[in-house]
Ligand binder design. Structure first.
Ligand SMILES: Cc1cc2nc3c(=O)[nH]c(=O)nc-3n(C[C@H](O)[C@H](O)[C@H](O)COP(=O)(O)OP(=O)(O)OC[C@H]3O[C@@H](n4cnc5c(N)ncnc54)[C@H](O)[C@@H]3O)c2cc1C
Length: 369
């Protein structure tokens, strides 16, 4: 049996960040993934600047090299209103095949032991955690994504309908080089399609919606993408689930911590999960190595934001609120910035933003005399 201070299951953004953070604390780290890298992961490939900031703090630089900044966001509301403005901080579109490989290589360069292994069983006996009878850890971090085996081993169910989305994505030619485009739709709201340009004449295009119980076919999702981004014609499309942060399991059980999608850390508005993945992974890796309180660190760093984004998700279940918010953002750049920070980073609502949205709502639905 090989023994480590920290074993990380899954070498996506959450797992690589966890391995990096634990190595920075001097822990011995085993990083397990069922795939060899580089590997693909169905994703919009939109990298928020907040994710880059977390990685820089872990000593990882250049993760977006070769992919130009995307400076603007165009958001179309379910009712058709639109806003297009400069992002508060530019985003990037980096294919996950490239991005994740860069993170994993950084973790290995920092001294993590990377092995290809599909984890099937984890057993916490109170003094340590055994993985498939082969590896042993003082602390184990489950960063194995939306279908997490570690999460299941802890007895946590997958997210129920209403708190789980599904999305497809492919790559298509485009003339757009500078703008993230998000087109929301009233039909089966909450749902939206996107076009995120890579800057090389192609874009990541996709469509996703919140599941209501019944599974959705790939051809249905593809048709919806064609309707919302007409003529995009991606070649092969791939799909994946998105466990939304509106329903999260406990982040800690005994000597096992969860991070990223395994902890249902996906923004319910935007489907953003990479910033949450690197942030939660980094906090988990640090807590595992220092033997400090991960739950508390997460609450301190993200608690308020998660409360605000869940509240916003409840409000925006009525698509008219999104129409009003987009109209308010078109009139007021500060409202636009707040919405972006809530959707892509760790922002919170403020009274001014709520007031502006409420005023547009009032304008749309004047009170009956
Ligand atoms: C279509 C789509 C579009 C999206 N667009 C965006 C976007 O534009 N921007 C954004 O920020 N987020 C986006 N997301 C969300 C984002 O992809 C996830 O939040 C992010 O990948 C989470 O990272 P993670 O490290 O937690 O999990 P993952 O990236 O899923 O990594 C998990 C890793 O665990 C490994 N693994 C799984 N099971 C095992 C096992 N049993 N044993 C060993 N290894 C295992 C996998 O091989 C994988 O490498 C999108 C999601 C989807 C589905």
């Amino acid at each position: 049996m090989l023994t480590f201070d920290v074993v990380v299951v899954g070498a996506g953004p959450a797992g690589a960040a966890a391995a990096l953070a634990a190595r920075r604390e001097g822990a011995t780290v085993l990083l397990l993934d069922r795939s060899d890298f580089p590997r693909d992961k169905p994703c919009g490939d939109g990298i928020a600047s907040e994710a880059v900031t977390v990685l820089n703090a872990l000593g990882v630089h250049g993760v977006t090299d070769g992919y130009p900044p995307v400076e603007r966001l165009r958001l179309v509301a379910p009712g058709g209103a639109a806003v297009a403005r400069s992002l508060p901080r530019p985003a990037h579109t980096v294919p996950r095949r490239v991005f994740d490989e860069r993170l994993v290589r950084a973790a290995v360069a920092a001294g993590a032991d990377l092995r290809r292994h599909t984890v099937r069983e984890v057993h916490d006996d109170g003094t340590g955690v055994t993985v498939d009878g082969r590896f042993r850890a003082a602390v184990l971090i489950g960063a194995d994504g939306a279908q997490s085996v570690v999460r299941r081993a802890l007895g946590h169910a997958v997210n129920p309908p209403g708190h789980l989305a599904v999305a497809i994505r492919g790559y298509a030619p485009t003339t757009n080089t500078s703008e993230q485009v998000i087109v929301t739709t009233e039909q089966r709201w909450p749902a939206y399609a996107w076009e995120f340009p890579l800057g090389d004449g192609t874009a990541n295009v996709g469509y996703g919606e919140v599941l209501r119980g019944a599974p959705l076919s790939k051809s249905y999702l593809r048709d919806r993408l064609d309707q919302l981004i007409p003529g995009s014609r991606p070649g092969v499309v791939r799909g994946h689930h998105l466990p939304l942060s509106t329903r999260r399991p406990s982040p800690v059980v005994g000597r096992v911590l969860l991070a990223g999608d395994a902890l249902s850390l996906i923004n319910p508005f935007t489907g953003e999960g990479i910033f949450y993945a690197v942030l939660s992974g980094s906090l988990a890796g640090q807590a595992a190595a220092r033997k400090t309180d991960y739950r508390r660190a997460l609450r301190h760093r993200l608690g308020r934001h998660l409360r605000h984004s869940s509240f916003a998700a409840r409000l925006t279940r009525h698509s008219g609120v999104v129409d009003a918010a987009v109209e308010a953002a078109a009139r007021d750049a500060a409202v636009f910035d707040r919405m972006v920070e809530l959707g892509l980073g760790d922002g919170v609502f403020d009274l001014r933003t709520i007031g502006r949205i409420a005023s547009r709502l009032g304008h749309r639905h004047p009170a009956a005399p």
